[in-house]
Design a protein around this ligand. Structure first.
Ligand code: 5AD
Ligand code: SF4
Length: 475
């Protein structure tokens, strides 16, 4: 693959794809008999925000080919599933969706069906697609996403199914136009891949080695987003705290935050995900001093038991995590924290699970993303003895949720009577006549107001709380 030292795909290779994309337009119109209308594509993204950001680029590329977009599979001329492999139920959902297309393809033979993203980087998935889903035309991994035009071209030229799942460690493809959702929130990937190899996690196998975008590229795209009116920009990476490795000396995540914070405008900067092992005091100091960087840290702990953390290969223990939380609270007094938790890691005992509960009581997260352990082929944890039954893990899981519900409410009650600054995002989503938005600390706020306020910063006086949201009125 033509890449330079920054693992960037060469400009020539990207331009070649642009040329192919444009040349496909007349052929696609002819195939779908759309006359003077654009053919329609449906891009369905599963999984995390990184995948959402990839989906926006896939849409950008399809738009270059002349597609408009639909959410309806029946109307679509091209259907692309951008898949997730993180847990078994994510994969089951995707296979269910692919299965449902068999009928559609039978009545609409010109329909193009593609599968991409994390699942396709797993050989057993590719085998299954080859054997059991013959109507899927092209399959490609995230490393090859920028080559979508040439993949579609070879499918059209040769009439044979195309499988492009790269065995390489991945690259950085710059200059691909993203077709973003309208609104005030934007996702901005700053790095790709993961080198941590947590023992339960498939990501390092499907997304390749860690590689960072150059800061100038990020800054340029960031300024474009601010200019375009986005006011809540989330920097994305599997482990943003190791941003900059392999780039010039002195390029790290804290420095990047400082540079972005210096951009003119009224906006907020968020980021995810922070790995506790790499979350330095310097980074916390930087968050504290950069006024546009939100005072919210998503800091996944996964478990409150040091033994389980060791088994998970997380490279921190309960104490060092709690020390980090203490430091963050000291330097950023109004900081809020959220976390990911895995229940039922192989060999976890009920006592060890209770250590997670006690950690929740100590840290007091505002909300959690909670998961029951799901064995992933090829990871170390998948081969460990796992004696606790699914029902038992389900009980632990419900115990965890009940405790977090209480803690979440307890964290929100002190806001009653306070006036908070809210970026109003959606009108009507939380109910007729209601606006929904977020505070800097990532608390959801619902309040009555006109649709014209969506996209603006407003002040809201909090009057009551419910699970996951503060309720109030415009101040
Ligand atoms: N089983 C359950 N949860 C998982 N996660 C990652 N891999 C697994 C797995 N095999 C969770 C972790 C991670 C989040 C994105 O997904 O909590 O932080
Ligand atoms: Fe995102 Fe991981 Fe799912 Fe891929 S496998 S979509 S990186 S959560």
């Amino acid at each position: 693959m033509p890449i330079n030292v920054h693992r960037e795909v060469s400009v020539d290779a990207i331009e070649e794809q642009n040329r192919i994309a444009e040349s496909l337009w007349p052929r696609l119109r002819e195939r779908f008999h759309t006359q003077n209308k654009n053919p329609l594509a449906m891009v369905h993204t599963f999984g995390c925000q990184q995948n959402v950001a990839d989906g926006e680029k896939l849409k950008g590329i399809l738009a270059q080919m002349g597609f408009s977009f639909t959410d309806s599979p029946e109307q679509a001329d091209l259907i692309l599933f951008n898949t997730c492999a993180i847990r078994e139920n994510a994969e089951t959902k995707v296979f269910g969706n692919i299965g449902n297309l068999k009928q559609l393809k039978a009545v609409k033979p010109a329909l193009l069906i593609g599968i991409c993203g994390c699942m396709t980087e797993q050989p057993h998935v590719v085998e299954k697609l080859k054997k059991s889903y013959p109507y899927v035309g092209f399959v490609f991994g995230s490393h090859s996403a920028y080559r979508l035009p040439s993949l579609i071209q070879s499918y059209l030229d040769e009439g044979k199914r195309v499988f492009r799942v790269a065995p390489d460690d991945g690259c950085v493809a710059e200059g691909i136009p993203a077709l973003r959702e309208e609104g005030v929130k934007a996702w901005l990937p700053i790095m790709y891949g993961c080198d941590n190899f947590c023992s339960y996690c498939v990501v390092p196998y499907v997304r390749g080695r860690e590689r960072s975008r150059r800061p100038e590229r990020i800054l340029e795209e960031f300024k474009e987003l601010v200019q375009a009116g986005y006011k809540d920009i989330t920097l994305l990476g599997q482990n943003v705290n190791s941003y900059g490795k392999g780039l010039e000396e002195g390029t790290d995540f804290a420095t990047l935050l400082e540079r972005l914070n210096a951009v003119e405008g009224d906006f907020r900067i968020r980021f995810m995900t922070s790995h506790p092992k790499d979350c330095s005091h310097r980074l916390i100091d930087t968050i504290a001093k950069c006024e546009k960087v939100c005072n919210h840290i998503h800091l996944p702990v996964q478990s409150g038991s040091s033994r389980i953390l060791r088994e998970m290969n997380r490279n921190y223990d309960r104490e060092s995590y709690l020390e980090l939380v203490r430091y963050a609270r000291e330097k950023i007094p109004d900081v809020t924290l959220t976390s990911d938790i895995i229940v039922g890691f192989p060999g976890e005992t009920y006592e060890e699970f209770r250590e997670t509960l006690s950690l929740l009581e100590e840290v007091k997260y505002i909300s959690l993303y909670t998961f029951i352990f799901s064995p992933r082929l090829g990871t170390r944890a998948a081969s460990l003895p796992d004696p606790v039954s699914g029902e038992e893990k389900g009980r632990w899981f419900r115990e965890l949720l009940a405790l977090q519900d209480e803690i979440g409410l307890e964290q929100m009650r002190p806001y009653i009577g306070q006036t908070v600054r809210v970026l109003a995002e959606d009108w009507g989503k939380a109910g007729e006549g209601l606006l929904q938005g977020r505070t800097e600390s990532n608390l959801i706020v619902e309040f009555p107001g006109p649709p014209s306020l969506a996209g603006q910063f407003v002040r809201v006086k909090v009057e009551s709380v419910k699970k996951w949201a503060l309720l109030g009125n415009l101040a």
